[in-house]
Design a protein around this ligand. Sequence first.
Ligand code: HEM
Length: 399
Amino acid sequence: MSCPASPYDRAQEGEQLDDECGMLYGEYLMLDKVLEAQRPLGEVHKAPVHDEHLFIVTHQAYELWFKQIIWELDSVRGVFKSVLEESQTLEILKRLNRVVLILKVLVDQVMILETMTPLDFMEFRNYLRPASGFQSLQFRLLENKLGVKQDNRVKYNRNYAKVFGNDEEAIRKIEESEAEPSLKDLVQNWLERTPGLEIEGFDFWGKYHKAVNEILKEEQEKVNKEKNESLKRHKLAELEHRKEVYESIFRPEVHEALVSRGDRRFSHRALQGAIMITLYRDEPRFSQPHQILTLLMDIDSLITKWRYNHMLMVQRMIGSSQLGTGGSSGYQYLRSTLSDRYKVFVDLFNLSTFLIPRSYIPALDEATKSHLCYWGPLKQTKTDALKEQNGKNPLLDSI
Ligand code: HEM
């Protein structure tokens, strides 16, 4: 785009800028296409509405950012697919962080469109029918590539692909995005390989189970000593509930039942990996994986925030009882998509339930500790060796 040999002097002399250097800014960015792509329907109907321009530009900006998010997600999925090397986790972190920052912009962008009043929107809304964000192909691809499953969608949303009718290219992309491993699937595979889970090795799960039993036993003893009968009953009920919650992770069949109900997403082993990474996040080898898990939650969180902001904007623009231009119940439909069903990494949010106080976290044995540390135990350096030999510090002596 910019020319290695500055074109400035030649430009002053009135020369054609693109003679030697190839492309100019507008050409490279194809601005003729991008900036010609706004066609307010009010103008077509000879009743121009000032705010329709903002409405179009806002949607287009969203679609461009959706495209960038998909681009990043595809690349991150690619890295996860090709047996992940630890050296690649930094690249994953950078890209996921970028997705998070874009999503933050998208959440805030809703406010700009809210400067349009409902009365202004009414002026051109009818021209839009049956167009609707419900038909955004990229939004569906983004959901699928993250790992929103058909079964977890609310009823009206399950047939979302119908809106693409006979558009073969769109249908192909949708089918592909549903069939290929989602980010959630790939993160799950990666978590299943968390070092330290091996039963014949550190056996984190066995040790963690023991620690939890110890905590529960101590709590039971405290409750038994309670003199006040009604307080005792209350504490006992609370303890029973905690035990049940822990059962849900210690008994694989309970975990599987929760997965098939859609209340949990990760496999049992992946959940173990996520708990281990969260508890030992201060170990060098787990600090980047822990950041990855945090970013995945941020993504879920920000998409939920976008859904919420969009829903509020819709209520402000069309109220709670008008149908959407796409044919849904409008505000009511959008409200129903705000549940945990659409959170792909919901298990990570719920991990906090299973955290245990630091003092109970099973201590790492030497072998595991050095395994979880990139740099290994401190080794003697050449300087240390010389110092030991001479009883002096050679570096200080040379000053
Ligand atoms: C005045 C502004 C807006 C209004 C009144 C509005 C209204 C609606 C309504 C009523 C729906 C439900 C489907 C339907 O029946 O049409 C919907 C869905 C959707 N809209 Fe908007 N929308 C607005 C702005 C936007 C913007 C700026 C975007 C950005 C891309 C967007 C993206 C979407 C998406 C992706 C869906 C599908 C959501 C889902 O199915 O979970 N909308 N919109």
